[in-house]
Design a protein around this ligand. Sequence first.
Ligand SMILES: [Zn+2]
Length: 275
Amino acid sequence: MYLRAKQSTTDDETKRYVASTSRVSRYPEEEYEDMRTKNKRRKNESMPYMRHESEGKDNCRQCVHNIERQLIVANGEKTLICLTPFEPFVSGFCHILSKSHSNMSTISADEECLLEMNERKHEICKYFDKRHNKSVVFMETYLKRSHTNRHLTVECIPIKSKYESEAKIFFKKAIMECESEWALNKQLIEIKDKPITRLIPKGLSYFWVTFGPKNIGFAHVIENEDSFSRHFGKEVIAGLLDIEPNKWLNSKNQSYDQQFQRVVDFKNNWKKAFA
Ligand SMILES: [Zn+2]
């Protein structure tokens, strides 16, 4: 089914391409009518994007203008690395964010953003490997129906290197068991050093997780957002590291002083590592 879904997307894209490049019309009126319909359709097709741009930006917690400056560790051209405003459920937990609000997910992001994001992943792995002997688990949950989760955010969770192989087993098992009664698509997609954009069809909700700097891990197409926990990835990590649920469910922001204490070491060490 997964392959069929992918195939139909390709077919639809091919049809759209043929329609948009077709110039054959018997009568000028027909051609004009065609253009009007086409323009109307184009306008309608771009509507969700337009709505998203104007609606969510001001209140978006992941947009650069809404992030406290002291939480930003690295500020690139297309991406940011920042620490959370709330107490992290795992020490060193941070986010890689797109600087553009219009990049809603990895699957729909522009190529430059994805390239820089990949560089960020390498930097973060290097940082934690060197200083703390830790591996990093990267993950993204994209829920297309959600109004609060529409800005490309990759969660970065450092874990002790000795837990990495166990983490892979935990995630594989959890994905195999999640929302199994809804499985129209392939339940578990293995990521073997291939861009995620080539593995998940556009327009679907999904979860992916990778381990370390290389693109190796698992993905899952979310069939029913109501039955899939948006904390899925954190729940698996909490199960692995035996962390209490209130640690990741409590997302109340810390005060400036509390944040400052937490981020100052991280930022200083980061500067030293990449000066
Ligand atoms: Zn945003």
